[in-house]
Design a protein around this ligand. Structure first.
Ligand code: C2O
Ligand code: CU
Length: 418
């Protein structure tokens, strides 16, 4: 923290080796370490400056996924950091508490850079979120879930012979193979991030215990929703609060939901509760004090067509073409029509609320603020989108499918906030 109150972070993108599988060293990439990056923690209202240092011998970027900020600071494909270079964006955190994240966004190579290990969490808190368990690493635990394919000598295989790209058969949580966590509190908040290239997870516990979903990608829900499963497609986040009794053991598992996106069954994380647990206050009935995103009656409606091809509205991403021009700070309705395959949809510098899926309201746990949403095959999903208020004629922002192979293949468009 500088004397003017600015929070300063240095994030160095580098190569390294990591022992995921016992006795085998894997070549990996990481940020300030050999795999993944540090959790950045800030509060609403903070001013942050970043020094992103690229020690790779090729260009990369770092994009702040879920952040509302000036387009020049976004870290998308137009903010390349050359090999050996440093990029220093700065902005003021001006959005509700959320579990956001960061990762590279080089056009055509995002899948590879994330898969090799470049990603981290970026947590924003505010007065509402502090009422939830907030002791980081104790009762507030981030879980970055990724699938990997290992070669017989323990290297990361980048074989991508599916239409979704690389699909792994082993799961890493926070870069750990076969992980477990010992919890010491009766209520634990897990921040789930699906940072996989293509795989979706239908999270639940093997003893079918229920938990409270308290937040979507871009903010707290109005009220907690009690559930025993929560599905996340790539790029999506959810926060859940789980209650434990002393000495209990359970396993966080991914179920096969038949959502149409590759998910499969995996044990993700063994959770062991200590024999003595710190009691915490019950979860508040009202979480977010921020009203849900509403688009005005006369809101502009834009339509986006997804098909089997990696295109949006029959066009592949073109770095030199602006697809949409949106007045900064407005609310619009974006209607996504999926005519083929499994996709999801993410919008930079925006938060949205899912209005309906095929004309029906989304499940209660998906009615909060989001920035990435699963679009089932054949579905029409309507979003009320609230855009950032940073007009800029020169720096485009992205919307795209967050299945990284699709994104790299061109399932992405550019918009200007003006
Ligand atoms: Cu997480 Cu445009 O990305
Ligand atoms: Cu897709």
């Amino acid at each position: 923290i500088a004397s003017d109150g600015t929070k300063h972070f240095t994030l160095t993108i580098q190569t390294g080796t990591t022992e995921f599988l016992p006795g085998k060293m894997t070549d990996t990439w990481g940020i300030n370490g050999s795999y993944l990056g540090p959790t950045v923690k800030v509060s609403r209202g903070d001013h942050v400056t970043m020094d992103v240092v690229n020690k790779l011998d090729e260009p990369s970027t770092l994009h702040w996924h879920g952040m509302k900020l000036p387009a020049a600071m976004d870290g998308g494909p137009h903010q390349m950091i050359e090999a050996g270079g440093t990029w220093s964006p700065n902005w003021t955190i001006d959005q509700p508490a959320a579990t956001t994240w960061y990762h590279p966004h080089i056009h055509g190579k995002t899948a590879q850079h994330i898969y090799r290990g470049l990603a981290g969490m970026f947590l924003i808190d505010d007065e509402d979120s502090k009422k939830l368990p907030s002791d980081y690493g104790v009762n507030d635990i981030p879980l970055i879930v990724q699938d990997k394919l290992f070669t017989s000598d323990g290297q990361l295989s980048e074989k991508d012979d599916t239409t979704f790209g690389t699909l792994g058969n082993e799961i890493l949580v926070n870069g750990t193979y076969d992980p477990y966590v010992k919890v010491t509190a009766s209520q634990v908040r897990f921040r789930l991030l699906n940072a996989s290239n293509a795989r979706a997870y239908d999270f639940g516990f093997t003893d079918d215990r229920s938990f409270k979903v308290v937040a979507n990608d871009a903010g707290l829900l109005e009220k907690p929703v009690t559930l025993d499963r929560v599905m996340l497609s790539p790029g999506e986040r959810a926060e859940i609060v789980v209650t434990f009794k002393p000495g209990e053991e359970t396993i966080l598992h991914s179920y096969s939901s038949g959502s149409g996106i590759e998910n499969g069954e995996f044990d993700l994380l063994k959770v062991v509760a200590a024999s003595k647990l710190t009691e915490s206050a019950p979860i508040a009935k009202q979480l977010s004090s921020i009203p849900p995103i509403k688009a005005p009656k006369d809101a502009k409606v834009r339509q986006f067509k997804l098909t089997m091809k990696s295109e949006i509205n029959d066009k592949k991403m073109d770095m030199n073409r602006i697809d949409e021009v949106v007045p900064a700070g407005t609310k619009e309705i974006w209607e996504i029509n999926n005519f083929g395959s499994s996709h999801n949809f993410h919008i930079h510098d925006a938060a949205f609320r899912v209005l309906d899926v095929n004309g029906k309201k989304p499940p209660e746990y998906e009615r909060g603020r989001k920035d990435t949403v699963f679009i089932p095959n054949g579905a029409t999903v309507r979003l009320a989108v609230e855009f950032g208020n940073y007009p800029d004629q020169n720096h485009p922002l992205m919307y795209h499918c967050h299945l990284l192979r699709h994104e790299d293949d061109g399932m992405m468009g550019q918009f200007l906030l003006v």
